[in-house]
Ligand binder design. Structure first.
Ligand code: PHE
Length: 333
């Protein structure tokens, strides 16, 4: 009855279930034949069924607009509020970042979070005794019992999106203009500014007319678009095994605009990423077009949580993971 498509169909159903020849009506008529002691209970049962059927017919009739001469919709009633979902701030921030980089000619590639020591360290020119390889810093996966150690070293959760370089360099040749968004893992305790799982967007741009000034232009353009206004960007020397020269990039503090405040430890600047020119050893190791004369590249790794926090004025990273709807509703859009 509730699904009757039109008033005619509903009327046919009403006749079948409530009409003079319906099983219900026949039983109601037969009540008098029952032993007197059973009549009352049977009558109550049958009448209950009749009321339910009549109600269902009336409700459906109202919905179909039968008998009222028009649709049974009361347009003066207040509307029902719908609660709409929205993207979580982390994926929303990644999407916004990828969109900006897409406008600059970067394509996005995602890859595995479980990688080898070769992906994460050796291919990236990282010394065998580099401290980041320590069990203290890296999540290694237990080896298959009795299995031989693989040729690519231990299996681990990637500690940075730079672990994508080896895979993508193996299957492509320059020119390459890519960003690698995704989760990375480090053995850090969760606090206001750390999490054992966080997100990076890595950039890798390699072609034959590529210079450090291109890196600078890309990053300045990116931050200007991300924050919707020109943002001063500062480059300082730093060491990464896989870039040379390497740089640590800061932006002018977004809360005090450079005057100095608690958010920037009174320096006026906030470190937001590491970057540099792809190390020649890595281009040589990648071989083929990567090792061709004149081919250069730059790379950068941006922390997504940091940028999401700056954009939304969030001071504790854990708020991004708590799924407290009061926080999520405030940062949407
Ligand atoms: N992988 C580095 C990190 O996670 C960042 C980086 C990326 C530095 C690319 C240089 C080039 O700290």
């Amino acid at each position: 009855i509730a699904w009757a498509p039109d008033p005619e169909a509903l009327e046919r159903l009403r006749i079948v279930h409530l009409g003079r020849k319906s099983p219900l009506f026949e039983r109601l008529r037969g009540l008098g034949d029952l032993p007197p002691g059973d009549r009352k209970a049977a009558g109550a049962l049958l009448n209950g069924a009749r009321v339910r059927l009549e109600t269902a017919v009336a409700v459906r009739a109202a919905a179909l607009g039968a008998g009222t001469g028009g649709p049974a919709v009361d347009v003066t009633l207040p509307g029902r509020a719908s609660s709409r979902g929205a993207a979580h701030p982390i994926p929303a921030t990644i999407d916004a970042m990828l969109e900006i980089f897409r406008g600059m000619g970067f394509g996005a590639v995602r890859g595995p979070e479980v990688v080898t020591e070769t992906d994460n360290f050796d291919f990236l020119n990282t010394a065998p005794d580099h401290p980041a390889r320590d069990m203290q810093d890296t999540f290694y996966l237990a080896p298959v019992p009795g299995g031989p150690p693989g040729p690519d070293g231990r299996v681990m959760l990637r500690g940075h999106t730079s672990a994508m370089w080896r895979r993508e360099m193996a299957r492509r040749e320059p020119p390459v203009h890519l960003v690698f968004p995704g989760r990375v893992y480090r053995r850090d305790a969760a606090d206001a500014t750390h999490s054992p799982v966080f997100h990076q967007v890595e950039g890798l741009w390699v072609d034959d007319r590529c210079r450090f000034s291109d890196l600078r232009g890309v990053l300045e353009g990116f931050f200007g678009q991300f924050f919707g206004r020109p943002v001063p960007v500062r480059f300082e020397p730093r060491f990464f095994p896989f870039t040379e020269p390497s740089t640590e990039v800061s932006i002018e503090c977004t809360s005090c605009r450079g005057r100095g405040c608690p958010a920037c430890a009174r320096s006026g600047w906030l470190e937001v990423l590491g970057a540099g020119m792809v190390h020649p050893n890595i281009l040589a190791a990648a071989g083929r077009g990567w090792a061709a004369p004149g081919v250069r590249g730059f790379a950068f790794g941006i922390g997504v949580e940091r940028l999401a926090m700056l954009k939304h004025g969030i001071t504790d990273m854990r708020w991004l993971y708590d799924n407290d709807l009061r926080v999520l509703a405030q940062v949407r859009g």
